[in-house]
Design a protein around this ligand. Sequence first.
Ligand code: DLZ
Length: 160
Amino acid sequence: MATAYQNLSAYDFNSVPDASKMRFGIVVAEWNKEITEKLLEGACNTLERHGAKTENIIISRVPGSFELVYGAKKMAEMKDLHAIIILGCVIRGDTPHFDYVCSGVTQGVTQLNLMYNIPFIFGLLTNDTMQQSIDRAGGIHGNKGDEAAVTAIKMVHTFG
Ligand code: DLZ
């Protein structure tokens, strides 16, 4: 939804259910930390804006986006959570590495959604340039972390 027509942080506040009884996990990649910490800030602020308690938001950091799937899996096994959000930022370089990391995370998160009985939310930026990531981490196109948090709340409310 990171198009010219859609701001990632724009949503109808009243359409988002109360999250005061929900417990969330967030796994965040340290690679491109200046971006991912902004995604994390956006996600936490949005969850709390809808009532989630700080102590019910469990945060775990992993080195890079490729490790997000394993981190989310361990979190699902170790913690009693209603939803897990993965946050990362992959930026295209000169080699095919970008494609392998993006594909690995996408397929991994899809598998987690099929394996476990809680939703795993895809908060991964996959951009060609750093500027595109800045624009989607609290910049002109909003914050992917906000979008992921709203999605998590709605999924828990609907299927929880
Ligand atoms: C190695 C690598 C590269 C080149 N680029 C990124 C990136 O843009 N974003 C990201 O989150 N991680 C990157 N990584 C690290 C990999 O995700 C992973 O941590 C390493 O390959 C070790 O498994």
